[in-house]
Design a protein around this ligand. Structure first.
Ligand SMILES: Cc1cc2nc3c(=O)[nH]c(=O)nc-3n(C[C@H](O)[C@H](O)[C@H](O)COP(=O)(O)OP(=O)(O)OC[C@H]3O[C@@H](n4cnc5c(N)ncnc54)[C@H](O)[C@@H]3O)c2cc1C
Length: 407
């Protein structure tokens, strides 16, 4: 992708060319074609997560009919899709919709200050070559994701330096890593670990998933059978819409069930695990110390981890790491603490207990709230922008849109 100097004034400035940034750009193009926007990206390519993560088997956890955009049907065979298929989807969209013309690569946004006198965001972006750009924007949209791209979380494993083998972080997977015939330990129990273990199992000599705390896991189909039927019966867009609605309804149902009847859902998951693993099922590797969906539920497409375990190609060990030596990992018996959400809890934005500043975790209801519900909370106040601006309307705290003075 070409790096070009961004303009100094713009209506909307979007930060990031991942799913969120492309979604915003796509919607602006469709719904507000008269508005000028630009997208700034610190990397050299679009895709964010889906360009950066290159470990074996990298894939979505959600079905792409809901993770994909409502305005662009997902056409690939798999609903749970590989990273490169998601990247193809995004690349096609930015080219077909000419979003790429508004993208500027190699610029990292380093500051954003609100200038009340101009009613503009003054954004500073640093170019990779040391240049900088200052841009005034009416609206600033953060689609910058939640990773620290350069410094991923350091698990601070005790004595790792003594390990004589190779260590790899999934965020920086070496393209030419040869693991054929090697004994591999994957530390972790989340979606990344489950994916990597399943993908490496047939090539490595042995793959062991070493987890401190089990996660709830569920097998699910990689390909959406009903979605494929809809594609045969209906034109492309209605078929996509139907599949999307079906999947939103199913997800909402299971998430609701996890809140209303966690034991019922837990028993259902245990049944699926026992059925898939048969003799290899050991409850201590699959029983988290929390209810399903209190932390992320880990989906495995077509039960691939269970298949690898049944064949003896993959193993799970539940324990704590005591240290390392030249040849491997030393274990101690485990206690339970949980994963990345717990670890970063203090850094996460907080929600309030009541609306409008909370989410119900129900896609349809939250979407309706976002779009229609006023944000009147008795505290937040909306004021008219400076009379020197050309902003033509705004919402008051009660949700009424009102025309205001323009230049
Ligand atoms: C392997 C994997 C699988 C996942 N599967 C799912 C799933 O199935 N469902 C789901 O909901 N989520 C999933 N996620 C989470 C996933 O990251 C998000 O769903 C989604 O892709 C995030 O998109 P985004 O555009 O918000 O952020 P990102 O993809 O992180 O993109 C942010 C972009 O902003 C750029 N950027 C950041 N800061 C700056 C700056 N200061 N200046 C300029 N540019 C900047 C970054 O370089 C990046 O390109 C998965 C994550 C991983 C790693």
């Amino acid at each position: 992708m070409i790096k070009s100097q961004p303009p100094s004034e713009i209506d909307v400035l979007i930060i990031g060319t991942g799913l969120s940034g492309i979604s915003m750009a796509g919607h602006l193009g469709m719904m507000c074609p008269e508005i000028d926007y630009m997208v700034l990206e610190r990397r050299d390519r679009i895709g964010g997560t889906w360009d950066q993560f290159r470990y074996p088997g990298v894939r979505s956890d959600s079905d792409m009919h809901t993770l994909g955009f409502d305005f662009e049907p997902w056409k690939h065979e798999d609903a749970i899709a590989d990273g490169h298929a998601i990247l193809d989807y995004l690349n096609r969209i930015v080219e077909e919709r000419r979003i790429s013309e508004n993208m500027h690569f190699g610029f990292e946004v380093v500051s954003a200050d609100w200038d009340s006198s101009r009613a503009r965001w003054i954004v500073t972006a640093r170019g990779k070559d040391g240049t900088s750009a200052i841009i005034a924007a009416r609206l600033l949209y953060f689609a910058s994701g939640y990773y620290d791209d350069d410094n991923p979380h350091d698990a601070d494993l005790p004595g790792l330096g003594r390990f004589g083998g190779q260590t790899v972080d999934p965020q920086f997977w070496p393209e030419d890593l040869d693991y054929q015939g090697k004994d591999v330990v994957v530390i972790g129990s989340g979606a990344t670990a489950v994916t990597i273990v399943s993908a490496m199992a047939d090539t490595a000599s042995s793959v062991t998933m070493l987890q401190r705390t089990p996660s709830w896991m569920a097998p699910g189909p990689r390909c959406d059978t009903w979605g494929k039927r809809f594609e045969r019966w209906f034109p492309e867009k209605p078929a996509y819409w139907l599949t999307r609605q079906k999947n939103i309804a199913l997800r909402s149902y299971f998430f609701g069930l996890s809140r209303r009847k966690p034991r019922v859902l837990a028993e259902k998951l245990r049944g699926l695990q026992r059925g898939a693993l048969r003799k290899s099922y050991e409850p201590r590797h699959f029983e988290p110390p929390y209810n399903p969906w209190q932390q992320r539920l880990c989906l495995m497409p077509d039960g691939n981890l269970f298949t690898a375990m049944r064949r003896g190609h993959a193993h799970i060990v539940t324990d704590r790491i005591a240290g390392f030596d030249d040849g491997g990992v030393k274990l101690q018996s485990g206690d339970y603490t949980s994963g990345y959400l717990e670890r970063a809890k203090h850094l996460m934005p907080k929600v309030a207990a009541e609306r409008p500043w909370t989410l119900r975790h129900n896609y349809r209801e939250d979407k309706r709230d976002f779009r229609q519900r006023p944000v009147a909370d008795g505290v937040l106040r909306f004021v008219h922008a400076s009379a020197q601006t050309d902003i033509s309307c705004e919402q008051d705290a009660a949700g009424n849109t009102q025309a205001i003075a323009a230049e």
